[in-house]
Design a protein around this ligand. Structure first.
Ligand code: ZN
Length: 238
């Protein structure tokens, strides 16, 4: 095979690996950041709901106190009822009794409603706490993966860059310029195999004359449509 073509194939493989490293790193920092934000919002939600529960619990206590007070008053009024002598006194007392009764039932309603809300809030705090534990675990894993990737890719990247320079030294400048131009314009792929008589990049059919040339591999052939370098791959079984 043409030596420049071989070097271009090698260059493409190295660049694919470098792109993969870049993509691996590209994802992890965003993932770590996203998890941190989710954790922060879970913590805030737990804090808010816990504070609301404690407010409601005080409300329940206050209402219980109210009920006790009004019940004591009610008992006192009931006793006084036996002692009244005038209709006016009787009316005044029954008004007090009605008022105490309505206050008691209002307080009982407040307790009922508060307890319902407390149950709901405590339920969502429990869910949030379970989510938070999961998120913290995920963050730990993501941070470790990020640290590992940074560490492991450093040496891999250096090695690939050395290999790249070596492959590059074997490619004449004008072909390298074409390679870079096409690679940038064609989503990272500038060298592709022929696949079932078509370009492995844009899938347009290649004329028979060119197919023969590609199979021979004696010169550099580019796709008429996308401009990618084409080569014959024995593994394709064409
Ligand atoms: Zn093509």
């Amino acid at each position: 095979m043409h030596e420049t073509l071989m070097s271009l194939i090698q260059l493409q493989m190295i660049d694919n690996q470098l792109l993969m490293i870049q993509e691996k790193l590209g994802d992890l920092p965003a993932m770590v950041q996203g998890l941190k934000e989710e954790i922060q919002s879970k913590k805030e939600s737990i804090k808010t709901n816990t504070a609301a529960v404690s407010d409601l619990q005080s409300k329940v206590l206050v209402s219980k106190g109210k009920i006790q007070d009004h019940k004591a008053k009610l008992e006192k009024y009931q006793e006084q009822l036996y002692l009244v002598t005038t209709n006016r006194e009787y009316d005044a007392l029954t008004t007090e009794i009605d008022y105490a009764k309505s206050q008691i039932s209002e307080a009982e309603m407040t307790i009922l409603e508060s307890n319902e809300q407390i149950d709901k809030l405590e339920g969502s705090v429990k869910v949030d706490e379970a989510d938070l534990a999961d998120l913290l675990e995920q963050l730990k894993e993501a941070e470790e993966a990020l640290a590992d990737t940074v560490k492991s890719t450093e040496s891999e990247k250096e090695l690939l860059e050395d290999k790249r320079n070596e492959a590059l030294s074997k490619v004449p400048k004008r072909f390298y310029q074409t390679y870079e131009r096409v690679r940038k314009a064609r989503r990272g792929l500038a060298v592709v195999p022929m696949e079932r008589g078509a370009c492995g990049g844009c899938h347009n059919r290649i004329i028979p004359q060119k197919r023969v040339e590609i199979q021979k591999g004696n010169k550099l052939i580019v796709c008429d449509i996308c401009g990618r370098f084409l080569y014959w791959n024995d593994d394709n079984g064409e």
